[in-house]
Design a protein around this ligand. Sequence first.
Ligand SMILES: Cc1cc2nc3c(=O)[nH]c(=O)nc-3n(C[C@H](O)[C@H](O)[C@H](O)COP(=O)(O)OP(=O)(O)OC[C@H]3O[C@@H](n4cnc5c(N)ncnc54)[C@H](O)[C@@H]3O)c2cc1C
Length: 409
Amino acid sequence: MSDTQSFDILVVGGGMTGSALALGLSQQGWKTALVESASAASIMEDIAPANTVHDFEPRVSAISVASQTLLESLGVWAHVDRHRHCPYQAMTVWDADGTGRIHFEAAELQVRALGTIVENRHLVQALFLGLAQSDAEIFDNTRVTGWWEQGVQRGIRLEDGRKISATLVVAADGGTSRLRQWVGLPTREWDYDQQAIVCTVETSQAHQFTAWQRFSTTGPLAFLPLQSESGSHHFCSIVWSQDTAAARRLMALDDGEFISALEKAIEQQLGDIHAVSKRFAFPLRQRHAKDYVRPGVALVGDAAHTIHPLAGQGANLGYSDVAVLLEELARSRRLGLRPDDQQVLARYQRRRKGDNLAMMVTMEGFKQLFARDELPLRWLRNTGMRWLDRISPLKNRLAAEAMGLNRKG
Ligand SMILES: Cc1cc2nc3c(=O)[nH]c(=O)nc-3n(C[C@H](O)[C@H](O)[C@H](O)COP(=O)(O)OP(=O)(O)OC[C@H]3O[C@@H](n4cnc5c(N)ncnc54)[C@H](O)[C@@H]3O)c2cc1C
């Protein structure tokens, strides 16, 4: 196996989760490799200022305080902070079919912001710039096309035939992870029969640094505030989850018709919509791996779990996985254990699986509660929201959960 490069830990997939994990592992002193199909040079290219709706990346994440803390500890937050991102001070959630409304304020929770909206590419760029300064070996612009195991040796094959072996291989290759399938870690999954339409819009009124979310029986619509680099313009990122047939109809509309539908759906909360970018539709599927680990392998991020974007928690759960796996592997390094030590991996799974499952069940409950039109459920929603809005301790606990502050990790 002389043509095989060997590492302590190999991370497959350099998205928001995998690149953070690889950076942290390299900083701990593990001999680390990362494989990513995109080119590192293109990821690290300067991102132009955003003056129109077309300049923003349509995929954004509402980064929680807990995720920010992880990125600070990796030394990459300063880069994110120097570029455009939009800390939001408030969040308003309301029911399209009634009078229920909840409003969260950062000030009430005695925090500076509830979170911040960051374009995904800014996060990955910050992490790749960190990786470029680290000892991690990056195999970019190439795909993993296979998995092999020989006794206690294990690793992957790249599309050009090269082989990489590692004591621990981590799958961070996203929701449709091929690696998860190759290593035989099955999932429980079901289709939401919904698609999330994402795009950027320019509105006539300022977003007031507020995340706006309206629930209706056909799915939630979020207007997430974006940082404007051109003074008087107001931009928001849209995540509009709709039943598949309705999403297809919305995607087929021309821009003018889509803007009218969107203005109606958001009840003109931010005035008129002046412009809309290209739209993208993501089919929504819930997935949860039955196990996150097996000998020599661990799953993190969307490879382990994908959830409905209605509370914008997918990336945050992935960062919690990364924080816990880094903690466990730092501990095993201090104790002189191998990175694939079964107890270490079992502890990682124990600490993360329940937390992720709880979030998935909560999201499913929300989705079901708002998907139904029966009068008693509508009454429950509206009364419940109004009641919750008045009970500060409970409301604050809910907000702290969304910010990742209650996560046991
Ligand atoms: C519409 C929508 C809105 C969302 N909004 C939010 C939000 O507001 N907040 C939030 O926290 N989350 C949000 N999420 C979820 C979030 O985007 C995901 O949880 C997150 O992107 C997962 O990151 P990841 O790194 O685990 O996987 P991915 O982002 O899927 O990254 C996987 C990486 O692996 C690479 N890869 C895959 N296969 C291979 C291979 N064979 N060889 C080499 N490389 C490979 C890919 O190129 C990619 O870079 C949203 C999701 C959707 C669909």
